[in-house]
Design a protein around this ligand. Structure first.
Ligand SMILES: NC(=O)c1ccc[n+]([C@@H]2O[C@H](COP(=O)([O-])OP(=O)(O)OC[C@H]3O[C@@H](n4cnc5c(N)ncnc54)[C@H](O)[C@@H]3O)[C@@H](O)[C@H]2O)c1
Ligand SMILES: [Zn+2]
Ligand SMILES: [Zn+2]
Length: 361
């Protein structure tokens, strides 16, 4: 029997979100219904609401979630009712050219069940990142559920479902930061601070946080930044060079995703260093760089989708490190809120007052 639950919908570009009744069908073959316990408010939700991702309104927002599997459809063997899971954006197919060459994080053929959720009028919803989790229960592909140690608190675990994984993975998986490396992270929100936490975990010895907000820089120190630069007060390229013997950092992560921050990242890295773009630009943005610099500075410019993560490999491992006290995921949770408070949380995010507001059910 389809169920009716409450969920957060963005109807129109720029309009405040509202809480609506959402119809959740029973899980079909390969699908699961998950009772969401917690879901973080990510900047990407705000991007959707602002029309910065696409205009397939109305959106069912929310995508950084953990919960308990309530029911599974035919053929589901990896998870069972009662399992504590983190939801991921993409259930990989195992058959496409990326999966076959052993890079399933680039899967071209991900399964998506969430588009079967509707409003009571029958109006279809576009689920944010194929999840849609500011909702009491959600329908996903079973491959979007990764079992982790249930000793972790849901509001902490859910953050690995997006921003925190994206940041940690941008540093470790995409940037391949390792012991003794230097890294600079531009933009120290949830994603950037996760990149900092990831760099510390990987053994980077110089970790430079760059932001325009001193509060964020203070938090960055708490996550492991060894140095901070307020780029409103100091040129970040010169600042990073000064802290790295004039060379630039081995890896620079742009966790803002704007032409100016990408350009800063491009020039703040060492010769043959790596730029990782993890912040998401909007369709109108352009960068202009001397092609000779792109050639002459060598190295790599990479983008990091979801931290190039493999949920089945990375989520349980990072939860275990957290439970051992080696990854302070709880520090990302600035506040826990109710489903009706998502719009207010967007304002707090916009004003830079929070790292993560997390809706708990
Ligand atoms: N690639 C992915 O897989 C992925 C996943 C999740 C989020 N994201 C994206 O990452 C970005 C960051 O997300 P978030 O949740 O951390 O957002 P956030 O709002 O919490 O943090 C953004 C930070 O950037 C800082 N900032 C803004 N302009 C700046 C500038 N010009 N120079 C330096 N710092 C600046 C802000 O002060 C803030 O601290 C967003 O674009 C989001 O959509 C990407
Ligand atoms: Zn695939
Ligand atoms: Zn997100």
């Amino acid at each position: 029997m389809p169920q009716e639950v409450r969920g957060v919908v963005a109807h129109k570009k720029g309009d405040p979100v509202s809480v609506e009744t959402i119809v959740i069908p029973d899980p079909g073959p390969g699908e699961a219904v998950v009772a969401v316990q917690a879901c973080g408010v990510c900047h990407t939700d705000l991007h959707y609401r602002e029309g910065g991702i696409n205009d397939e309104f109305p959106f069912l927002l929310g995508h950084e979630a953990a919960g308990i599997v309530e029911a599974v459809g035919d053929g589901v063997t990896d998870v069972a009712p009662g399992d504590f899971v983190i939801l991921n954006w993409r259930a990989v197919c195992g058959n496409c050219r990326a999966c076959r060459r052993g890079e399933p994080w680039y899967c071209f053929n991900t399964h998506n069940a969430a588009q079967k959720m509707t409003l009571t009028s029958g109006q279809e919803l576009s689920a944010a990142l194929g999840i849609g989790a500011f909702v009491e229960k959600t329908l996903v592909h079973a491959g979007q559920c990764t079992k982790v140690n249930p000793a972790a608190r849901p509001e902490v675990a859910g953050l690995l479902g997006c921003g925190v994984m994206a940041g940690i993975g941008a540093a470790i998986n995409t940037g391949k930061v390792g012991r003794g490396d230097s890294i600079a992270v531009i933009g120290c929100g949830g994603v950037g601070n996760a990149a900092i936490a990831g760099a510390r975990l990987a053994g980077a010895s110089t970790i430079i946080a760059v932001d325009v907000d001193d509060r964020k820089l203070q938090w960055a120190r708490d996550f492991g930044a060894t140095h901070t630069i307020n780029s409103r007060e100091q040129d970040p390229v010169e600042g990073v060079q000064a802290l790295t013997d004039g060379n630039g950092a081995n890896v620079v992560v742009d966790a803002v995703g704007r032409p100016e921050t990408f350009t800063q990242a491009f020039y703040a890295r060492d010769l043959a260093g790596t730029v990782v773009l993890v912040g998401v630009p909007t369709p109108d943005m352009r960068v202009e760089l001397p092609l000779l610099d792109v050639f002459g500075r060598g190295g790599a410019t990479k983008s990091s989708w979801y931290g190039d993560c493999l949920p089945s490999r990375d989520f349980p491992m990072l939860i275990d490190l957290h439970l051992q006290g080696r990854l302070p995921l709880e520090k990302f949770v600035s506040e826990t809120i109710g489903l009706d408070d998502v719009e207010a949380a967007f304002h707090k995010m916009h004003k830079g007052e929070v790292l993560r507001s997390v809706v708990v059910f």
